[in-house]
Design a protein around this ligand. Sequence first.
Ligand SMILES: NCc1[nH]cc(CCC(=O)O)c1CC(=O)O
Length: 317
Amino acid sequence: MTDTLRIGTRGSALAVAQTQAIADRLAASARVPVELVTITTHGDTSTESLASLGGTGVFAGALREALRDGRCDLVVHSLKDLPTAPYEGLTVAAIPKRADARDALCARDGLTLDTLPEGATVGTGSPRRVAQLLARRPDLSVREVRGNVDTRLRMVAEGALDAVVLAAAGLSRLGLEDAVTEFFPIGDWPTAPGQGALALEVRSSGTPGLVTRALQAVDHATSHATATAERLVLAGLEAGCAAPVAASALVEDELFFLTATVFRPDGTESLTSSHAAHLESKSIAHLAEAAGDTSRRVVAELLAAGAAGLAPLGGTT
Ligand SMILES: NCc1[nH]cc(CCC(=O)O)c1CC(=O)O
């Protein structure tokens, strides 16, 4: 590593905003100069559907190659876009305190999911959101959309769509919460494993102690464990990050809760499993044990109930 900590990011406004926020924290605590390096991915320049490009992992893959090849020393990922399979030579060193994990509806004229007119058009690129929308409102015309958060909001502003569903975390990082007309409560509308969390990834060896300590300081043990439990569900189901799977973990008092749902893509059926584990303490080891324990039980129950027959879990759909 050179004297400057080079932090790799995608070029989208959201990626730059979230990476800059992490860069500022690390610069303050590690007292090393930091620099953002923009990595352009095929997913950013292509207009093909995400599925045809190989799924959302296409974004994370380019950042990981840049990190592996030494074009940067640290990358900031949106955790929900990061494939669960380990990547040779790289390590997720920190998961900072998680932002809002909810999804939000951004509709014209202040409309909500209940007040959208019959047959209204709603844009999303996520099979999970498609299934959740159709489960609540089978009459809706759900349209596949791609592009950055501002592009999607513009489709509503310009009248091409009646509404879009977006992550609350992304909207708030961009200062765009005013576009939200309804926040969906996690209990009714669980979201993608790891949604709202960031992952800070480094090469497994060669990271200076100063940087490692700064990364430990921005890690948030509860966020790390809850996001990990959710991702263990995805891994246990052998599902990709675009599979119609929702998971939500939560620490409350001395309990660690995990709930996961697998949806039939048309929204007509779903399977849910919830388990809790007692936490002896909130130490990293006890949190990790609870994440492993609850996720194993949730995965076993979902598979036994036929989750693999409900939805295409693997690959990119
Ligand atoms: N797949 C796109 C993506 N990846 C991460 C976020 C922002 C929210 C987050 O950090 O989870 C978004 C936008 C969205 O889903 O609306």
